[in-house]
Design a protein around this ligand. Structure first.
Ligand code: DC
Length: 211
């Protein structure tokens, strides 16, 4: 099984680099953050408070998820592609992602996804540390908080830079400080600061490591 694990904070370039790398290597790509976002979306839609640990865990186990190669996301048959990136889901997702039963369920779905395909490019926060500690290659992408916030605020044009920067700082703290699978740099990862680099340059650096 050939797994490429990409981890890093929000706005570090994981999705763009992950997609480009998967296309170059002829592998499929999985955005695991979209899975956590989908569980948060389903909870909000069902009127379940993200803090209700048991109910949210049940939702994670029962949810039917379809993540298309073009980035479309179907949650129980409902197109949630736009809404999972919206402010409500973004606010709720860190709480959902801190729920150990949710993590256990999604981790097993991620392993199953890769097993069925003989590998793939997976990106998230705990892919190299927890989900695939034996990945063929582990990449940790980072960038300064200013660069990450400015990338994100270009994606969500209806929010100010200040709002996006504050939200990013709040999520960084929650993702890094949680008890279960916090965001960490895997020991054997290739660490790349993407601040001043183009996608092509980053994919070039990673491809060299693959040999
Ligand atoms: O990458 P993203 O911003 O779409 O991720 C959404 C949230 O999900 C983020 O707050 C961290 C969490 N997450 C996680 O805990 N583990 C993963 N493997 C992927 C995302």
């Amino acid at each position: 099984m050939r797994v490429i694990a990409i981890d890093g904070p929000a706005g570090s370039g994981k999705s763009t680099v992950g997609r480009a790398l998967a296309a170059r290597l002829g592998l499929e790509y999985l955005d695991t953050g979209a899975m956590y976002r989908s569980v948060a979306f389903a909870a909000l839609r069902q009127g379940v408070d993200p803090d209700e640990v048991e109910s949210v865990a049940r939702i994670a186990r029962e949810i039917e998820l379809r993540l298309g190669p073009d980035g479309t996301v179907l949650v129980d048959g409902v197109d949630a592609t736009i809404e999972i990136r919206g402010p409500e889901v973004t606010r709720a997702v860190s709480i959902v992602a801190a729920n150990p039963a949710v993590r256990e369920e999604l981790r097993s779905r991620q392993r199953e996804w890769a097993r069925k395909r003989g590998g793939g490019v997976l990106e998230g926060r705990d892919i190299g540390t927890v989900v695939f500690p034996d990945a063929a290659l582990k990449i940790y992408l980072d960038a300064s908080p200013e660069v990450r916030a400015s990338r994100r605020s270009k994606e969500v044009s209806d929010l100010s830079y200040e709002t996006v920067a504050a939200d990013l700082a709040r999520r960084d703290a929650l993702d890094q400080g949680r008890a279960h699978s916090p965001l960490q740099v895997p020991d054997d990862a290739v660490v790349i600061d993407t601040s001043g680099l183009s996608v092509e340059e980053i994919v070039g650096i990673v491809s060299e490591k693959l040999g």
